[in-house]
Design a protein around this ligand. Structure first.
Ligand code: NAP
Length: 251
């Protein structure tokens, strides 16, 4: 149990769990007692993480190689989680990529790819997970958006569109399934220390930090704590919300 939050007996699926924020979210949920299904393309990383989680937290952890761009793979993965772990209570749509370029220099391929992973992946997994959640009258869907989806960012029009799209998507689904006990919320991180953020140079980092009230770059743990709250019973009356975890950047 972590911080008094008890997810014992619940099953959580985390996309993009092979590293960064997703891996940390999986650890936090498992630490609170949830069995976890780990989804990404890098199966060896997932297997290593699953073994570590089972050993450290004493829950079941499944490694499921899945490309979130594939309808068939997503459906098969959800079916496998239901069969092997006996249910699905928490879905964390975290898988995401960047293909940054100014609009005049970007390509339609980059646009398609970013939208298909970041927004399409969340659409596919939410659609597949919703039926069991509605049937059991309980579910938590959490999407990892970005402050870039709230404020925009030069050079990230495709990424910003995907992250803003997640917010509209989640608010709509929240209205569709609220009466069935399923909540749908969004976490919007600022700059978080992961492989994705490593792409920024020192100048970009310090320009960003100038606007962060808390004066530091965030950690994957900062985001995972917010996800844990939204996944828990403490957040039972919270839906359609966008929770910024950005040190005060976008306030
Ligand atoms: P990361 O370290 O680059 O990890 C991205 C994850 O997404 C990996 O596990 C990757 O796994 C998975 N992924 C990418 N394409 C996939 C696909 N087609 N199918 C399945 N999985 C796929 O990124 P991160 O920093 O942890 O970011 C996690 C989420 O937080 C993303 O949605 C990102 O946009 C968001 N976010 C990050 C920051 C930040 O500063 N880091 C800020 C705001 C929001 P494989 O490569 O193994 O498939």
């Amino acid at each position: 149990m972590a911080c008094g939050i008890d997810l014992s007996g619940r099953v959580a699926l985390v996309t993009g769990a092979s590293r960064g924020i997703g891996a940390e979210v999986a650890h936090r949920l498992a630490q609170a007692g949830a069995h976890v299904a780990l989804v990404a393309r890098s199966i060896e990383r997932l297997k290593a993480l699953a073994a570590e989680i089972e050993q450290r937290h004493g829950v079941r952890a499944l490694a499921l190689e899945t490309d979130v761009r594939s309808d068939e793979q997503v459906q098969a993965t959800v079916a496998s989680v239901l069969e092997q772990l006996g249910g699905l209570h928490v879905l964390v749509n975290n898988a995401g990529i960047t293909r940054d370029a100014l609009l005049l220099r970007t390509t339609s391929e980059a646009w398609q790819e970013v939208l298909d992973v970041n927004l399409g992946g969340a659409y596919r997994f939410t659609r597949a997970a919703l039926r069991p959640m509605v049937r059991q009258r309980h579910g938590r869907v959490i999407a990892i958006s970005s402050v870039v989806g709230l404020r925009g960012n030069a050079g990230q029009s495709n990424y910003a569109a995907s992250k803003a799209g997640l917010i509209g998507f989640c608010k709509s689904v929240a209205r569709e399934v609220g009466a069935r006990g399923v909540t749908v919320n969004v976490v919007a991180p600022g700059l978080i220390e992961t492989d994705m953020a490593a792409a920024l140079d020192e100048r970009q980092r310090s320009a960003f930090l100038d606007h962060v009230a808390l004066g530091r770059i965030g950690t994957a743990g900062d985001v995972a704590d917010a996800v844990l709250f939204l996944a828990s019973d403490l957040a039972g009356y919270v839906t359609g919300e966008v929770l910024r975890v950005d040190g005060g950047f976008a306030m």
